[in-house]
Design a protein around this ligand. Structure first.
Ligand SMILES: *Cc1c(COP(=O)(O)O)cnc(C)c1O
Length: 401
C-alpha cells in the first residue's frame, strides 16, 4: 500500500543531472540581444521602463499562436489564475472541481477566491483530470471545472465542456472550464486546437521551469470572452480608474524576451518531445516501469517524464529507487507532484474529509527523472542505463504485482 505520498528523498549526494531541470533556461543570443536592446532604450530618465507597446505585441503574438481572441499578460501564472477566479465573484458554498494530483498553485487561488475546492481523481493513463469522476462531483453549486494539462500532456477539454452544459448552475448557467496550461504552452489538444483556444480561460506560466520563460517569472491568460479580457486588464492595472485592482503587470524587457521565446517555442518543444521519445525507446521493456504514453502531434510535450513503479513498490520502493538513482548515478528526480492536500497544510485544512484514493496511489508510484533536450545524447544513454540498473536492483528487494 502507498505510504506517505509526499515523501521526497532528501539525498545530499551531488547530482550530475538536477532533480528539476529549468526547461526555460534554454536562452540563445536572440534573447540576450532583445534584452540588451531594452536595457539600452530604458536608460533615459524621461522614459525609463515605460512603454506598453512591447507587452501589447507579446500579447498579440501569443493570442495568434494559441488562436485565442484575447491574451492578457501577467507577472505570473498563479496571479493570473487568481484573477480569473476572482472574476467568478464566488459566494459561500460555490464549488470548483479540480484534479487532486496537481500543483498546489492551482488549488490555493480557488480557496482564496472563496470557492470550496472539490477534489477529483486523475485518469490512470494520462494522469489528467478524469471526466467520469468529475461527473459524480458536479452539483448545483459548481461554478468552475479547472483542468490542468498535467506535466505537458494536453487533456481533451470537450468532455468537460459537455459536462458543464449538462449541469448548469441555477443562476450562473454552465460552470466555466478554466484550463491550467502552465506546463503546456505550445501543445495541441485532442480537438486539434492549440492549447489556449478552448474553455473560458487558459492560464500560462513563464516561470523558469516552464516550457518558455520571461526571465524566470511571468504569465498569460487567453480567452475568447471580451468582457473577461477587459476585466482582467483592469484587475491587473489598479482597476484602470473603474474598480478595485492591483499591479500584476509584466515588464517590457520580459515581453521582449517572451516574443523571442514564443518564436522558438515549437523548436524547443520538438527537441524535448524527440528526447522523451528517445528515452521511451531506451527504457522500453523494463518490466517494472510504466512509461509515459507516447502521443502524436504535440499532444504530449513532456514537461516532465513521468515514470510509475509497480503498486507493490508504492511509497517506500519508489523512494528507494529515487535515492539509488541520486546517490549512485547522480540522477535527480522529483515527485511532480504529490496530491495537493497531503503536500500543503492550507489545502488540507480546506478540504477536510475529502480524499482521492486513486490520486494518492498514483502519486505514491510516481517519479520524474530529469529530462532536458540540452542533455548531450550520450549522457541520455547513461541516464537510461542508470534507470534500468537501479530498477533491476530495487526489483530484487521488492515483490512486484
Ligand atoms: C507553475 C505552475 C503554476 C503557477 O505558475 P507561476 O507562474 O509559477 O505562478 C500553476 N499551475 C501549474 C500546473 C504550474 O506548473
Amino acid at each position: 500500500m502507498p505510504t506517505d505520498a509526499t515523501t521526497v528523498p532528501r539525498s545530499r549526494a551531488p547530482r550530475r543531472w538536477p532533480d528539476e531541470p529549468a526547461q526555460g533556461g534554454w536562452y540563445t543570443d536572440a534573447e540576450t540581444a532583445a534584452a540588451q536592446k531594452m536595457l539600452d532604450e530604458s536608460r533615459s530618465w524621461r522614459t525609463g521602463w515605460r512603454n506598453k507597446d512591447l507587452v501589447a505585441a507579446f500579447e498579440e503574438a501569443f493570442a495568434q499562436a494559441t488562436r485565442a481572441r484575447h491574451a492578457i499578460a501577467f507577472n505570473g501564472g498563479g496571479t493570473a489564475l487568481e484573477m480569473v477566479l476572482r472574476c467568478l465573484e464566488m459566494q459561500p458554498g460555490d464549488q470548483v472541481v479540480s484534479c487532486a494530483l496537481n500543483f498546489v498553485g492551482t488549488h490555493l487561488p480557488v480557496i482564496h477566491q472563496g470557492g470550496d475546492l472539490v477534489l477529483a481523481e486523475p485518469d490512470p493513463l494520462t494522469l489528467n483530470l478524469d471526466p467520469a469522476d468529475v461527473e459524480h462531483r458536479l452539483t448545483d453549486r459548481t461554478r468552475a471545472i479547472v483542468v490542468t494539462h498535467w506535466n505537458g500532456l494536453a487533456a481533451d477539454l470537450r468532455p468537460f465542456l459537455d459536462l458543464a452544459e449538462r449541469h448548469p448552475h441555477p443562476h450562473h448557467g454552465p460552470p466555466v472550464v478554466i484550463v491550467d496550461a502552465a506546463r503546456a504552452a505550445g501543445g495541441i489538444t485532442p480537438a486539434g486546437l492549440p492549447v489556449g483556444a478552448e474553455g473560458w480561460a487558459t492560464i500560462f506560466s513563464f516561470e523558469t521551469k516552464k516550457l518558455m520563460t520571461t526571465f524566470g517569472q511571468g504569465g498569460m491568460v487567453t480567452t475568447g470572452d471580451a468582457r473577461l479580457a477587459d476585466r482582467l486588464r483592469r484587475l491587473r492595472t489598479y482597476g484602470l480608474s473603474q474598480e478595485w485592482g492591483t499591479n500584476q503587470q509584466l515588464s517590457k524587457i520580459q515581453a521582449a524576451v517572451g516574443l523571442v521565446q514564443l518564436g522558438r517555442l515549437d523548436e524547443m518543444n520538438a527537441a524535448r518531445i524527440a528526447r522523451a521519445h528517445e528515452r521511451t525507446r531506451l527504457l522500453h521493456g523494463i518490466e517494472h516501469l510504466t512509461l509515459p504514453p507516447e502521443l502524436d502531434g504535440g499532444r504530449h510535450l513532456y514537461y516532465r517524464y513521468n515514470l510509475l513503479v509497480p503498486a507493490s513498490w508504492a511509497g517506500a520502493g519508489r523512494d528507494a529507487l529515487m535515492e539509488l538513482l541520486a546517490d549512485r548515478y547522480g540522477l535527480g528526480s522529483i515527485i511532480n507532484d504529490p496530491v495537493t492536500y497531503t503536500g500543503h497544510d492550507y489545502i488540507r485544512a480546506h478540504t477536510d474529509g475529502q480524499a482521492c484514493p486513486r490520486a494518492e496511489a498514483l502519486a505514491a508510484r510516481l517519479l520524474c527523472p530529469c529530462l532536458h533536450p540540452q542533455i548531450p545524447a550520450d549522457e541520455e544513454r547513461e541516464i537510461c542505463d542508470a534507470i534500468r540498473r537501479a530498477t533491476d536492483e530495487i526489483a530484487r528487494t521488492f515483490a512486484t504485482t
